[in-house]
Design a protein around this ligand. Sequence first.
Ligand SMILES: Nc1ncnc2c1ncn2[C@@H]1O[C@H](COP(=O)(O)OP(=O)(O)O)[C@@H](O)[C@H]1O
Ligand SMILES: [Mg+2]
Length: 229
Amino acid sequence: MIRLTDVYHSYSTGTRALRGVDLTIEDGEFVFLVGPSGSGKSTIVKLLTGELRPTSGKVLVNEFHTSKMKQSEVPYLRRTLGVVFQDFRLIERKTVYENVAFAMRIIGASPKVIKKRVSYVLDLVGILHKARRKPNELSGGEQQRVAIARALVNNPSVIIADEPTGNLDPDRSLEIMMLLEKIHSLGTTVLVVTHERELVDQFDKRVVAIDGGLIVSDKTGGYYRYEEI
Ligand SMILES: Nc1ncnc2c1ncn2[C@@H]1O[C@H](COP(=O)(O)OP(=O)(O)O)[C@@H](O)[C@H]1O
Ligand SMILES: [Mg+2]
């Protein structure tokens, strides 16, 4: 479960990125977090992954109180999360297979378990046939599938995707959203950050809207309209 309680975050520059955010996401939910550029979406993601601590308020992620956790505890929190970014963040000199396998090696999984699991997740995201390729031999949509496979490989309870379709054309974007929906249907909590209204409107999901560091709307089915608020 994810729970932010009266969360404020100010950067050292003085920018007040979050100004009292309350948000609960139950296990098994699929949620879109939407809002214009600079509204505080990525700041929320960074609070959830432990990259940032709130200036005040509470952040609870999968039993971890990230607001007061020690830096040494952050890796344990991260193991419960799979994070996907706009720019894929794959290792260019490693193959697709190695990019995904690496995430299991660093937590000490056995070679046998790694082989089976990596093949399974690459197949799940539809990229097993390109396992021996390097990232620069793939299209953007394919690279994002690899990044999603890597995020999934250690079986996290939550997937957080920050603008996962920001570098993709509309058809590829829809495919990636449908893949995240499929992953959700297999039992993972999914939080997708996006500002792409046309995409969100193609799904009947819970949509949390943020503007100016405040949650301004939380409802199911389609992007909020600015004129409604
Ligand atoms: N590292 C940073 N240092 C200072 N200000 C930042 C930093 N990151 C983001 N901000 C500012 O905080 C606000 C929220 O940013 P962000 O959470 O990245 O928004 P979004 O992801 O919705 O585009 C913006 O005004 C942005 O300029
Ligand atoms: Mg952002």
